[in-house]
Design a protein around this ligand. Structure first.
Ligand code: TXA
Ligand code: MG
Length: 324
């Protein structure tokens, strides 16, 4: 059920959370399915509603650095203050050694916890009003693109889940996830806060999650994500894109930057931007498109987060079993 963000509905959301329920909330990145971090049953409900594997940990959302300190091992408080102070509130999730009190349902048994302070005023006011940090994965069914509108959430999770409607998400891609070490940062999931920005603002070296050890520390990266029903093909030039659009009988959609749409008159076209990607993948399903031809021109190829999601959307479903 989609609810307007009135004062009454925000209080209702906080009441539902305090009573051990779950609520879908808008954030600036994508919508999240939230529960209080201390409610075991509500946390289990999140995994059940999403069909999420239990070995994939949840991000905890806070409305103050003070709240984050309560979740993070005291040994990492200095790093937390330093990095969070530069980027929060915003689309950056920080992974630290967890305090002993954090539920193993949230950490999925890892020794670390992922924490983020969202910028969205509705998310922050719900956290404040219910008086607890909220664990919240993206509010999609596992394996579906993350939801960037309340309607996407309802399409995936059904009418029983209460959804606070904050309109379309400003960013449209999930947060950058970064493991914070004492002497460096490791990017576990790229997002609109780039490696360069992390380097420039923290002065720390920033690495990709290259090793198996790093990736095992971020189980979400093992699963297939972001996938529509249609087969996604990545192409790297206009002529290659035309070949795939013309080849075979499949009903096809072209995804390209809006500036290039004029080249493809007469085709079904979608906007390839970080803001629109997930909505367009869902529109392709609504239009029963069988093949999505993505034109990764030079500009798109330089966009690490967009390319990361496109590669995952185009992976063979056999490779990995489900998304988050
Ligand atoms: O923008 C976002 O991050 C959105 C909004 C709702 O905040 N949330 C989101 O959550 O995308 P989710 O659960 O769909 O993705 C969380 C990612 C997963 O890849 C998960 O494995 C990783 O964060 N993660 C969570 N806890 C972790 C931890 N302790 N160590 C490493 N990775 C972790
Ligand atoms: Mg997700």
């Amino acid at each position: 059920m989609i609810l307007l963000p009135t004062v009454e509905n925000l209080s209702l959301a906080a009441d539902v959370l305090r009573g051990g329920g779950v609520i879908a909330i808008p954030t600036e990145t994508v919508y999240g399915l939230a529960a209080r971090i201390t409610d075991r049953v509500a946390l289990e409900t999140i995994f059940r509603i999403k069909g999420r594997p239990s070995d994939n940990p949840l991000i905890v959302h806070v409305s103050s650095i003070e709240q984050a300190r309560g979740l993070v091992s005291a040994l990492a408080h200095d790093s937390l203050e330093r990095v969070a102070g530069l980027f929060w509130p915003g689309p950056l999730t920080l992974v630290f050694p967890a305090a002993d009190t954090v539920s193993t349902i949230i950490t999925a048994g890892l020794s670390t916890v992922a924490v983020r302070m969202p910028q969205h005023p509705i998310a922050r006011s719900i956290i404040d009003e219910c008086g607890s940090p909220l664990a919240a994965p993206s509010a999609n069914k596992s394996g579906r693109p993350s939801p960037t509108t309340a309607q996407h959430v309802e399409a995936d999770l059904g009418p029983e889940v209460r959804i606070i409607d904050g309109g379309p998400c400003r960013v449209g891609l999930e947060s950058t996830v970064v493991r914070v070490m004492s002497d460096k940062l490791i990017v576990l999931r790229p997002g609109i806060i780039t490696m360069q920005e992390l380097r420039d603002r923290t002065g720390l070296p920033v690495d990709h999650a290259g090793t198996a050890e790093d990736l095992n520390g971020s189980p979400g990266t093992r699963y297939r994500h972001y996938a529509p029903n249609a087969h996604v093909v990545l192409t790297y030039s206009i002529s290659e894109a035309f070949n795939f659009l013309a080849g075979g009988d499949a009903r096809a959609m072209l995804l390209a930057r809006p500036e290039l749409h004029a080249e493809f008159q007469g085709q079904i076209v979608g906007s390839l931007t970080e803001h629109d990607l997930y909505a367009e993948l869902r529109r392709a399903d609504d239009l029963h498109v069988e093949r999505i031809v993505v034109l990764c021109d030079g500009t798109v190829q330089c966009h690490e987060a967009l390319m990361n999601r496109l590669r995952k959307a185009s992976q063979d479903g056999n490779e990995q079993d489900s998304g988050t």
